[in-house]
Design a protein around this ligand. Structure first.
Ligand code: PGA
Length: 255
């Protein structure tokens, strides 16, 4: 059975002090949660402060991006080993904001995925279609292409540690979502793509999240879908109470 993963993507929000306050508040709210894995991905500058507050809890730490090179002349960038040392277990890669605003390509995402895995980080690989692509009926082609490109030359024995986040670009931060059934169908296509790459057994172990305007009220409808294993949550992960309710509502459907 795949354990659902609820991951908070804070984007460029919260100072270290604000992250520390979140850490204090969230702990008692989810202290007894066992059936759902939790991770928070704050800005780099808050990793240390949040990590210190989460130590000994069941909430893991993740980053929102990294560079593919191990070290060197890449001003402003951070490597996988640096994230690992900072306490990260996960790293979000290929988020649509990075693809769109920072020009990140499929090739770069692929290099980052391989570098993350080599360093012992679990990548949360983001894929998803734009509104234009959805209207043109290209959703499945786009998503399959992104998955294949991101995972090119990834060794089969690393596959189970990968998380795919299906995030339709038009659903991010807009309050709009696909229907849970629609999202599940895309997740099913992603899983069969993974089966083609790594075999059925490995594909059955990969967690596929839904992301895009997830909140405490709609999480259950997505997490209840057979191919959806939790969510990547932006805005609704910023308040401890909201994040905790999303986790609890995910846990409730497993009972
Ligand atoms: P949102 O963002 O939940 O605020 O829509 C999701 C994401 O970008 O990962």
């Amino acid at each position: 059975m795949r354990k659902p993963l609820i991951a908070g993507n804070w984007k460029m929000n919260k100072t270290a002090a604000e992250a520390a306050a979140f850490g204090e508040e969230i702990r008692p709210l989810v202290a007894d949660v066992e059936a759902v894995e939790m991770v928070i991905c704050p800005p780099f500058t808050a990793l240390h402060a949040l990590g210190a507050r989460l130590r000994g809890s069941r909430i893991g730490l993740g980053a929102q991006n990294m560079h593919e090179a191990p070290h060197g002349a890449y001003t402003g960038e951070v490597s996988a080993a640096m994230l690992k040392e900072a306490g990260c277990g996960y790293v979000i890669l290929g988020h649509s904001e990075r693809r769109r605003l920072m020009g990140e390509t499929d090739e770069q995402v692929n290099a980052k995925v391989k570098a993350a895995l080599a360093a012992g980080l679990r990548p949360i690989v983001c894929v998803g279609e734009s509104l234009e692509q959805r209207r043109a009926g290209e959703t499945e082609d786009v998503v399959v292409g992104q998955v294949r490109a991101a995972l090119r030359d990834v060794p089969q024995d690393a596959a189970a540690g990968i998380v795919i986040a299906y995030e339709p670009v038009w659903a991010i931060g807009t309050g709009e979502t696909p229907t849970p059934d629609d999202a599940n169908q895309v997740a099913a296509v992603i899983r069969s793509t993974l089966a083609g790459l790594f075999g059925e057994e490995a594909a059955a172990q990969v967690r596929i999240q839904y992301g895009g305007s997830v909140n405490a009220d709609n999480i259950a409808s997505f997490a209840a879908q057979p191919h959806i294993d939790g969510a990547l949550v932006g805005g609704a992960s910023l308040a401890p109470d909201s994040f905790a309710r999303i986790v609890r509502n995910t846990e409730a459907i497993l009972a």
